[in-house]
Design a protein around this ligand. Structure first.
Ligand SMILES: [Fe+2]
Length: 266
């Protein structure tokens, strides 16, 4: 399996506190069947921010130790970006997942923003594919299912947290995650682990995932799709993508050209 979302890189956000904890988390991940992990530390315009140089130094140190310890897990780097209005314009400041076109972003848990569609549209105009982290966890999405459907129809990929399935984030998140899985709306299931606990409890959650969607689909969500993303390959996970193509036919090419030309002028 490939874990596309976790906070196991040490001392950069609210995840792993030190290198020992990082190595322990990677061992825990390996024990439950992960052979690749993409570190996705938080990037917040007004909060957690770590320079690319520092993140890459830490990644190299972790890779060296993992090799020394004989842990067979490949490590990659990205960021979980807390959405901000000018994200697309500042895309060079953030890390996509393993330097691909895939951009993992999150929303505020409680607040409802009016510029999400705009950011999504601009990212897509530039050729990026936005992935919404844990859609089951937001007040907006829990209270308005259509909101997620609309994002998905626009081509936003949805990444569910595996431990939502055991109620780690409450009953409503568990229900919503299950509903999205049953409707085949999700592209990726990841841990979003902030400590070893995230991996230890993921074992039970993975069993529940298999019960909900079946073995083949669970493999697609935890292995096939995340690996395609790391390789910058196309992920076409679900039926709404077909609808999205039909709906987008009326989109004016001029709108895209206008946005891109504005960026070039910047
Ligand atoms: Fe996260």
């Amino acid at each position: 399996m490939v874990d596309l979302h976790c906070h196991a890189i040490y001392d950069v956000d609210d995840g792993s506190k030190n290198i020992d904890q990082t190595i322990r988390m990677i061992k825990n991940a390996e024990e439950i069947g992960y052979d690749a992990i993409c570190f996705t530390p938080h990037y917040m315009e007004d909060g957690y921010r770590t320079s690319k140089v520092v993140l890459e130094q830490k990644l190299n140190r972790i890779r060296d130790l993992v090799k020394l310890e004989g842990i067979r897990v490949d490590l990659y780097l990205g960021e979980e970006i807390f959405i901000f209005p000018d994200l697309a314009e500042n895309i060079d400041d953030v890390l996509t997942l393993n330097n691909t076109k895939y951009v993992l972003f999150e929303l505020p848990l409680l607040e409802s923003l009016n510029y999400v569609d705009d950011v999504v549209y601009k990212l897509q105009s530039l050729g990026f594919v936005p992935i919404l982290a844990h859609p089951e966890r937001y007040y907006r999405t829990v209270t308005d299912f259509k909101y997620i459907e609309d994002l998905a129809k626009k081509g936003v990929l949805l990444q569910i947290n595996i431990n939502s399935l055991i109620g780690r984030y409450g009953k409503q998140a568990k229900l919503l995650a299950t509903k999205m899985l049953k409707k085949d709306m999700c592209a990726i299931v990841a841990t979003d682990a902030h400590s070893s606990t995230g991996y230890i409890s993921a074992k039970e959650s993975l069993e529940i995932l298999e019960k909900i969607v079946g073995e083949d689909k669970a493999y697609e969500l935890t292995s096939t799709n995340p690996r395609k993303i790391l390789n910058n390959e196309e992920v076409n996970p679900w039926s709404y993508r077909k609808l999205e193509k039909k709906n987008n036919n009326h989109e004016s090419i001029f709108k895209k050209v206008f946005f891109i030309s504005k960026l070039i002028k910047k």
